[in-house]
Design a protein around this ligand. Structure first.
Ligand code: ZN
Length: 263
């Protein structure tokens, strides 16, 4: 499996992806908003884009579909329940479905509600596990729930699916928000030494050569995986004095999500 992370350099800071089969050069485009950059990259690599995967229905993820299809004839894949929201969908996906790319790549679909209620993450198994996580999980952060999502479901997705993936899983999110998210981590957990050490370099990072984190690293720097950290809970109590002595991880997650919305 070859992964090309494509930095759009747009105001929304989107990452698009091409995932290709090394043997056949067939490729899947994930959320190819910047269809021109995706097509130029595929051309330079000698790849043929056969499929488009939309992680979810938001316009900054689907907005390149029409031109990508017009140019390549690619099939459009997305969550089965997005069929009334994404024009021209060819295949509706459910949990456990497999997307084949060429001869060598298979990606498993995870049904990951929360950011929206029809959000798919793609999981690559094998020697180098990877997760294409759209707007569910960001580097050092979590998706918002403003436009069709629900924080309870987002928590369930984190706790019952994402947190259980192998620690060495590479994380490929839909946007570059790492600097702002690390700052939020430090606001919530000022003694997080790892986040503190990373922030200066991440503020200066060229998103065209972005750091690819692992799930293990996320568990160190991502507040939304640090729900039982004593310093996270102590600091949270300053904002929510009624917080119980031993708040459930879900309560902590929901309060953190609420604070991040205002931050
Ligand atoms: Zn979105």
């Amino acid at each position: 499996m070859i992964v090309e992370q494509i930095w759009t350099a747009n105001a929304y800071r989107n990452f698009n992806y091409l995932v290709a089969c090394a043997q056949t050069g067939e490729a899947l485009a994930i959320d190819p908003l910047d269809h021109e950059k995706c097509l130029a990259t595929a051309k330079a690599k000698g790849w043929t884009i056969r499929q488009i995967l939309n992680t979810h229905e938001h316009r900054d993820h689907t907005g390149g579909n029409q031109q990508m299809v017009a140019t390549t004839g690619a099939q459009v894949l997305a969550h089965a329940n997005a069929k009334d929201k994404i024009p021209g969908m060819d295949r509706g996906l459910s949990a456990g479905d497999v997307i084949k790319i060429g001869k060598t790549v298979e990606l498993e679909c995870l049904d990951t509600p929360g950011h929206t209620m029809c959000h798919i993450c793609l999981r690559a198994h094998g020697d180098q596990p990877a997760l294409f996580c759209g707007d569910t999980l960001f580097n050092a952060g979590a998706g918002n729930c403003h436009n069709g999502g629900h924080p309870n479901e987002l928590y369930q997705t984190f706790a019952t699916q994402l947190a259980k993936l192998p620690g060495e899983t590479l994380i490929y999110p839909g946007h570059d928000y790492i600097a702002r998210n690390l700052a939020f981590t430090l606001d919530r957990e000022p003694d997080n030494a790892k986040a503190k050490a990373m922030l200066p370099a991440m503020k200066k990072q060229d998103a065209g050569q972005a750091l690819v984190t692992t799930l293990n690293l996320e568990k160190e720097i991502n507040t939304f995986f640090r729900l039982t950290s004593p310093s996270v809970i102590t600091r949270l109590r300053e904002a929510f004095p009624d917080l119980p002595d031993h708040p459930s991880p879900m309560t902590v997650f929901l309060k953190l999500r609420e604070l991040r919305n205002k931050w």
